[in-house]
Design a protein around this ligand. Structure first.
Ligand code: NAD
Length: 432
């Protein structure tokens, strides 16, 4: 099939590349000229395990193309996926849909034969109705069908998630579009993915409901960790004991820093905003948002306690600064709250991240980047393990750190406190 992905970010690039790997002809379009030029040279703009190889393979096979020419790409395609950003509005009230609506206005002048137009971007319920209205101002409704097909991939596991999804949600009442899309996804359905055909509005809401629920699970276990810390109980035991109940499940039930990333923070706010507009109070999700916003302050308080309130001139090393492991994405990472605060209190911050130095931290004074773990931690008073990269799981701290009084605050509970005690290392974890 001939596909066009509009927006070549995490979602557009990963799904475009994977669709081409399934044998389709895919054009990935972006308005970012430099991004497209780089992709043509094989330079992939994001860190995603396995993506570089897959881009190269399919680009060389000629099944995958990159372009900045939207009109030309649409005229050559039968199925158009809108994968542009839907960030939170600056005033915090819901999703900013300006990229979506501007794409809808751009594509309507290039539709001369039947096209399926799909929102893969996460959009609030009823956005599909709006897109249909915009396009039908210039194009006969017989020539297009607007479908919602939300994407559930996770950064860091994106290729696996795309190739082996739990489910594929197709929101449309149009039988012809449903048949074509079932066919497009048939290689994944035959590997076990469940195919869910719902109304367009349902599909839009399924995505927000799923993200809000996962954010709630994380926040739930984070709050329980605050309690277990006071009870001499280990939160890891609680996670295991709860998670083995099949009705609950163990995933997204690990205590740690506040949830971040490009999805949960904005999507929880957007669903609350939608509900408010329709006169419904989603009080559970509202308190999840509040609790998560407070999480970084709580963890900073623990840092102060660990350092006995003597933060000034203390050398603090962050291992990992992205919002989670296996991604280079800094969007809404809790580090962006914690590091500036500690700098303000006089701490000297050094950090190492496997995905390199971060622009977001470059402008901060007294924050430096180290190129490897050993130089990052060498002179530290406190090491904060902020993400759970495999690279951080077997560090010989005693050998590498010169200051023998160093302390560790493991925000991902990747080390055993018993083993740390045996080595006489001052070790602090979450929820115990
Ligand atoms: P992103 O910011 O990484 O990429 C969006 C891309 O769209 C950018 O490259 C931008 O230049 C391009 N773009 C914007 N307007 C354009 C236009 N008019 N023409 C061509 N290109 C244009 O965003 P993302 O992380 O890929 O997210 C995209 C959507 O998918 C969002 O709605 C997000 O919520 C959703 N989503 C993201 C993830 C994730 O893990 N990142 C997972 C599931 C769903």
């Amino acid at each position: 099939m001939k596909l066009c992905m509009i927006g070549t970010g995490y979602v557009g690039l990963v799904s475009g590349v994977c669709f081409s790997d399934l044998g389709n002809d895919v054009i990935c379009v972006d308005r970012d000229f430099k991004k497209i030029e780089n992709l043509k040279k094989g330079i992939v703009p994001i860190y995603e395990p396995g993506l570089d190889e897959l881009v190269l393979k399919n680009y060389q096979n000629n099944r995958l193309k990159f372009s900045t020419d939207l009109k030309d790409s649409i005229s050559k395609s039968d199925i158009i996926f809108i994968c542009v950003g839907t960030p939170a509005k600056k005033n915090g009230e819901g999703a900013d849909l300006s990229q979506i609506f501007s794409v809808a206005k751009e594509i309507r002048s290039s539709i001369f034969k039947f096209k399926i137009i799909i929102t893969k971007s996460t959009v609030p319920v009823t956005t599909g109705d709006e897109i249909e209205k915009i396009i039908s101002q210039k194009v006969s409704k017989k020539l297009f069908s607007i479908v919602s097909n939300p994407e559930f991939l996770r950064e860091g596991e994106a290729i696996r998630d795309f190739t082996y999804p739990d489910r594929i949600v197709i929101g449309t009442n149009d039988k012809k579009s449903n048949k074509i899309l079932k066919n497009l996804y048939s290689p994944l359905i035959s590997k076990g993915a469940k195919y869910v055909n719902s109304s367009r509005r349902s599909a839009e809401l399924i995505k927000y409901a799923a993200n809000a629920f996962l954010a709630t699970k994380i926040t739930f276990i984070n709050e329980l960790a605050n309690l277990t810390e006071k009870l001499d109980v280990n939160i890891e035991d609680i996670s295991i004991g709860m998670g083995l109940d099949k009705r609950i499940g163990g995933r997204f039930l690990r205590a740690g820093p506040a949830y971040g990333g490009s999805c949960f923070p904005k999507d929880t706010k957007a669903i609350v905003n939608t509900a408010d507009k329709f006169g419904t109070n989603l009080s559970v999700i509202k308190s999840v948002i509040k609790s998560n916003e407070n999480r970084s302050s709580l963890l900073l308080q623990r840092v102060f306690n660990i350092l006995k309130s003597k933060v000034k001139n203390k050398k603090i090393c962050f291992l990992g600064v992205t919002f989670k492991a296996n991604t280079d994405d800094m969007r809404d990472s809790s580090c962006l709250k914690m590091i500036p605060f500690l700098v303000k209190k006089g701490a000297l911050i050094n950090y190492y991240d496997p995905t390199g130095e971060k622009n977001e931290l470059k402008k901060l004074k007294k924050v430096s980047f180290s190129k490897n773990i050993s130089s990052a931690i060498k002179y530290s008073d406190l090491i904060i393990i902020h993400t759970e990269w495999n690279d951080f799981k077997s560090i010989n701290f005693k050998k590498l750190i010169q200051n023998k009084k160093f302390k560790i605050f493991d925000m991902r509970n990747i080390y055993s406190s018993t083993k740390m005690k045996e080595q006489k290392i001052k070790y602090f974890s979450i929820g115990s």
